[in-house]
Design a protein around this ligand. Structure first.
Ligand code: MG
Length: 454
């Protein structure tokens, strides 16, 4: 059972994204606001990340919602998962102005459903129909909406996370947080302090120009975090992307923990406490499946994209299946006991609790994981979809999975080949038990792709 992917016109896997003022104009965001107002009506919670274009675009979005008679609850600057937590407390929907991990000039809109999940494909298609259809009518003067400011919009979110970790598990632990000048400046240090940790920060002041590092928390961008972790003897460092739905880590030596390894470490801890299903996209590293299986649990795969993971988790639970954990291999982890979306603050808290109970360092936990070797590449291809359609025929003896793109399993490795929806390229991931097995499958795959492309 997996959700099937639908290609959309404006919205990608996680909302609309574009360069502010160029692709993503205030006019377009106003139209998105009116369309959302028509579709959802009622009480809509609105938030934004720290980008410089956020205030303008947020006002355009709110104008669209108000013009269609919605009551707007302005939550100000906050992490996406904090807005998702808020929306679940009795709103008819939400909208977040954010471009997540994209560079500072970008911005975007993520639409939140009343249950706190990101909007799924079918609802997004309805929304796009309204956006691209005839100009939407606005309400007359006596029925325009009202805007209400929500003070302390992150308070219950922080409390909601702390409730999962009683007894100050972080007591005696030093942690360095790098919110990357994003909205987690006002949440993650408080969460860590609430757990009893001593907290230091890097890039801990909100700033939409992102002076310290880019919103994508890459290993290169986290050198200051790594240096401070080593200098102060911290147990780990945690960094977020631009809207803090993802969290990545450096260990006590300042070494970056690859995100699939991060997932595996957290999954191992959860699987030792309860048995059940772990849900992740087909693109996630094999280290996750092997770790989950070693702990006597089962993995379920979905198409690539956090909404497919979140929706699949919800559906499985509705069918009585014991779903214990889920997420993506990019630091976007979903804790079903907390909420059905990626949550960077919750992930940071989980790391504190996990280290407190395991009595091992983060570098030790990473070293104990099954060893895997990943190759990522992209190749130019104008007819990606056609090439992918004939690719399985090139591997007649292999098990093939078509959940998203083409996943080919050989003895010691697998390859995932996907055509980009927006660019003329094919993306390749190879995941192998040894560097040799990875290279062999990679070369075999490239030669067969060339044969197909002629
Ligand atoms: Mg994000």
């Amino acid at each position: 059972m997996t959700a099937k992917k639908i290609q959309k016109r404006l919205f990608g896997t996680n909302g609309v994204r574009g360069i502010a003022g160029k692709d993503l104009t205030p006019e377009l965001v106003f139209t998105i606001g009116t369309a959302l107002g028509h579709l959802r009506k009622g009480r809509i919670a609105v938030g934004r990340d720290t980008r410089t274009s956020g205030e303008t675009l947020g006002k355009a979005l709110k104008a669209g919602l108000l013009a269609t008679g919605c009551t707007v609850y302005d939550c100000g600057i906050l992490p996406t998962p904090a807005l998702q937590y808020k929306v679940r407390q009795g709103y008819d929907g939400g909208a977040m102005i954010t471009a997540s991990h994209n560079p500072p000039e970008y911005n975007g809109v993520k639409i939140i459903e009343p249950d706190g999940t990101e909007m799924g494909d079918e609802e997004t298609l309805q929304l796009e129909e309204l956006i691209f259809g005839p100009v939407l009518p606005v309400t007359p003067w006596d029925r325009v909406g009202q805007e209400i400011q929500v003070p302390d919009s992150t308070e219950r979110y922080i409390e909601g996370i702390l409730r999962h970790f009683p007894g100050s598990p972080g007591r005696g632990m030093t942690v360095v947080a790098d919110p990357g000048s994003g909205p987690a400046c006002i949440t993650t240090p408080k969460i860590l302090e609430g757990l009893g940790c001593r907290v230091l920060t890097v890039n801990g002041v909100m700033d939409g120009t992102f002076p310290g590092r880019l919103p994508e928390p890459s290993a290169e961008g986290l050198r200051n975090l790594a240096d401070l972790v080593r200098a102060c003897g911290a147990s780990f460092g945690v960094a977020h992307d631009g809207d803090a739905d993802r969290a990545v880590f450096v260990d006590e030596n300042g070494q970056f923990i690859e995100e699939n390894a991060e997932f595996a470490i957290v999954a191992q801890n959860i699987c030792r406490q309860k048995k059940g299903l772990v849900v992740t996209p087909v693109s996630s590293g094999q280290v996750i499946e092997e770790t989950v299986r070693n702990e006597g649990c089962t993995i379920r795969y979905t198409p690539v994209g956090s909404i497919y993971v979140a929706r699949t988790m919800r559906t499985l639970i509705a069918n009585g299946e014991p779903v214990i954990f889920g997420g993506e291999g990019n630091g976007g982890l979903i804790f079903p006991d907390h909420q059905f979306c990626r949550d960077g603050g919750m992930t940071a808290a989980m790391m504190v609790s996990l280290l407190a109970t395991s009595r091992k360092t983060l570098s030790e936990l990473a070293r104990e994981l099954p060893e895997r070797h990943i190759i990522k590449d992209k190749i130019a291809a104008t007819k990606g979809a056609e090439i992918l359609a004939s690719l399985p025929l090139q591997f007649p003896g292999c098990r093939i999975d078509l959940t998203d793109g083409v996943k080919i399993f050989s003895k010691d490795a697998w390859a995932l080949v996907r055509a980009s929806g927006t660019e003329p390229i094919i993306r390749i991931i190879i995941d192998a038990s040894s560097p040799e097995a990875g290279r062999a499958l990679y070369q075999d795959l490239i030669s067969r792709l060339k044969t197909i492309a002629g």
